[in-house]
Design a protein around this ligand. Structure first.
Ligand code: IMP
Ligand code: MG
Length: 181
């Protein structure tokens, strides 16, 4: 679905800009993981397009696995208490794990996830995120690769949803407030 859509008020990142950034990140990941046989861990569901594009842009052969997590807490704010809805199929002991995220907002989910995977005995746990909001600065997590820093607005597209909709938009944009009401 094209980002030029009546429910989108502001275009933040176009499909072309994402494609260019994905190539750049893939190049950096190829060098970083050259001799490490990385396991890409995608966080469902938002990271699906990013994992698909990033892994195909990489020249290294990678494994992939998926987790689904949910933050306890009311409304739209993440509480930092996380429940695993779908765990990995892969044993991450001694594996070089790369968490692939769509967006970091408060950073609480990711902070919990990196600790959880490190505690399973992973050889390393790194994070690549397509988008990062300013609030992420408040939590101490080492995010090695960031695609785009974006303003503190609710965005949809390229995997990100509002009530399970707009995930299939080809870029990232700000959802019109009229959609919420
Ligand atoms: P946090 O970093 O723990 O606050 O939570 C990040 C998660 O909240 C992301 O993985 C998304 O699923 C969701 N999220 C945060 N900001 C947005 C947004 O602007 N649009 C859609 N989902 C978002
Ligand atoms: Mg997510």
């Amino acid at each position: 679905m094209h980002l030029n859509h009546p429910d989108i008020t502001t275009v933040l990142v176009t499909a072309d800009e994402i494609a260019e950034k994905v190539l750049e990140l893939a190049g950096e990941l190829d060098s970083y993981y050259q001799d490490k046989d990385p396991l890409l861990v995608g966080v469902l569901k938002g990271a699906v397009p990013f994992v698909a594009d990033l892994s195909r842009a990489m020249q290294l052969s990678t494994s992939q696995d998926w987790m689904a997590v949910s933050s306890y807490g009311s409304g739209t704010t993440s509480s930092g208490v996380v429940r695993i809805l779908k765990d990995l199929d892969t044993d991450v002991t001694d594996r070089h794990v790369l968490i692939v995220e769509d967006i970091i907002d408060s950073g609480l989910t990711l902070s919990w996830l990196t600790t959880n995977l490190a505690n399973r005995g992973a050889a390393s746990v790194e994070v690549v995120t397509l988008l990062r909001k300013p609030g992420a600065a408040k939590v101490q997590i080492n995010v090695r690769w960031v695609g785009f820093d974006i303003p503190n607005e609710f965005v949809v597209g390229y995997g990100l949803d509002y009530n399970e909709r707009y995930r299939s938009l080809d870029g990232v944009g700000v959802l019109s407030p009229s959609v919420y009401s």
